[in-house]
Ligand binder design. Structure first.
Ligand code: NAD
Length: 436
């Protein structure tokens, strides 16, 4: 069985590598030549635990290939998995231009019957359109079917999530497609939920938006906790024992970021509106998240006279720990505000600094300055104020006394609720977190 994967981002690359690990002959296609060259040399273009090792292993075994030559990769594939991006359009809808490009390339290239599997997150009905589009542009007389197979991995644990997924969702319109896709996933030994294509597409949005809702709900409750003198950590603990609620995704914080929740909530809101329906729950979730992202900045602004000329330590830039991804990270909204207010920002992130530099270059930015440092200590030294944006273990491990001893003024705004309130108080740190 020859598998081709289009797009080597978090989804495509991890899927390709895991298929190779399960013994398939896999070719990964990307338009980015630099990325392809790196992967050929066994270097992962993204940071994900265990990924680089698997790329190297399967490169060496000869089961994993990387190319920009889509014609060769698509021509004789049995299955082509599409994992290209579906970013947000200015109006909130999903940008399907990358999907369209790949579909056209597939139509013009395939020379034998094949199954096209859409892994990217796409609005309900897109698989139907992709199938029709490919049929319209087919050059050779072959049979092409389209199946939906949404991806549920979380960045930071992508390889583990793929190899040990809770379930595989398969959305097909024919017995043949269902059987082939089931066979492809057989070596993974995971539960398979087989549904129609539109339901599969909806499952992905329903899951992501439910998780986003859970986060926004906890943040909303956390904000209320602050007003009424309750502690969100205790509240979440109490809630977590209820099996109907579950123990995960109950952490209050600075709001969700990343390449999925923000765009997938907006895309579903848009899809509903397009069908004359208002998805009030999801709309509320989006609104709560927008204000949550800068809630700590607003609090700090109230506390300070100015940020102008102050040394601001920023601990964590990525949207979560375990990834180098900064897309929609709350740090970005806050850095924009801090730099516009004239702050001298000293930022530390173990994996995200390189990408952050592309948005906020070193030196003068707006009215402030941007510096990247290689340790928490350097960021904290003589700082007037500290913001915590990501829950990296090394940031979590900072002892309260370090804030007190290193900072000019031990004033900490923690968007991840990483430190015990009592310990911070005892160390003499003025400490603000979320919902506590
Ligand atoms: P990404 O932006 O990291 O990667 C997309 C890749 O596709 C890029 O490397 C790009 O160069 C490549 N590409 C673009 N056009 C191409 C073409 N014509 N041929 C070949 N390659 C092409 O995207 P991602 O984060 O992996 O997300 C991909 C899809 O999966 C999105 O729809 C996303 O919503 C969904 N998804 C993402 C995650 C996640 O955690 N990142 C999880 C589940 C689902």
């Amino acid at each position: 069985m020859k598998i081709t994967v289009a797009g080597t981002g978090y989804v495509g690359l991890v899927a390709g590598v895991c298929f190779a690990e399960k013994g398939y002959d896999v070719t990964c296609v990307d338009v980015d030549e630099k990325k392809v060259e790196m992967m050929r040399q066994g270097i992962s273009p993204i940071y994900e635990e265990g990924l680089e090792e698997l790329i190297r292993k399967n490169n060496a075994d000869g089961t994993l290939h990387f190319t920009t030559d889509y014609k060769c990769a698509y021509r004789d594939a049995d299955a082509i998995f599409i994992g290209v991006g579906t970013p947000e359009m200015p109006n909130g809808s999903a940008n399907l231009s990358y999907i369209a490009t790949v579909s056209r390339q597939i139509a013009e290239t395939v020379e034998k019957d094949c199954l096209v599997v859409v892994k990217s997150t796409v609005p309900v009905g897109t698989n139907d359109k992709v199938e029709q589009f490919i049929k319209d542009f087919l050059v050779h007389h072959v049979k092409v079917e389209v199946a939906s197979n949404p991806e549920f991995l979380a960045q930071g644990t992508a390889v583990h999530d793929t190899l040990h997924a809770a379930r595989i969702i398969i959305g097909t319109e024919s017995k043949e497609a269902e059987e082939l896709l089931t066979k492809i996933y057989e070596p993974f030994g995971l539960p398979i939920v087989s549904v129609k294509r539109r339901s599969a597409e909806m499952i992905k949005y329903a899951c992501n938006d439910f998780l986003a809702l859970k986060i926004s709900y906890m943040n909303d409750i956390a904000n209320l906790c602050e007003l009424v003198g309750a502690d969100i950590t205790d509240v979440a603990k109490g809630m977590s024992y209820d099996e109907r609620i579950g123990a995960r995704f109950l952490n209050a914080g600075i709001g969700f970021g990343g390449s999925c929740f923000p765009k997938d909530t907006k895309a579903l809101k848009y899809l509903a509106r397009e069908h004359g329906y208002q998805l009030k729950t999801v709309e509320a979730c989006v609104d709560v998240n927008v204000s949550q992202k800068t809630r700590l900045f607003e609090k700090a602004k109230d506390r300070m006279i100015t940020f102008n000329g102050l040394k601001v330590a920023v601990l964590g830039l990525t949207f979560k720990a375990g990834t180098d991804d900064l897309r929609e990270a709350p740090s970005i909204d806050n850095l924009k505000l801090l730099l516009a207010a004239g702050a001298d920002v000293f930022a530390y992130d173990p994996k995200g600094a390189e990408r952050a530099e592309m948005i906020f270059p070193v030196g003068k930015v707006e009215n402030g300055t941007m510096t990247y440092v290689s340790s928490v200590g350097e960021a904290l030294d003589k700082a007037h104020i500290c913001f915590v944006f990501t829950e990296w273990p090394e940031i979590k491990a900072v002892m309260p006394v370090e804030f007190k001893e290193r900072m000019h003024t031990p004033l900490v705004y923690d968007g991840r609720n990483l430190y015990p309130i009592e310990a911070m108080k005892e160390a003499g740190v003025e400490y603000y977190s979320i919902g506590r």
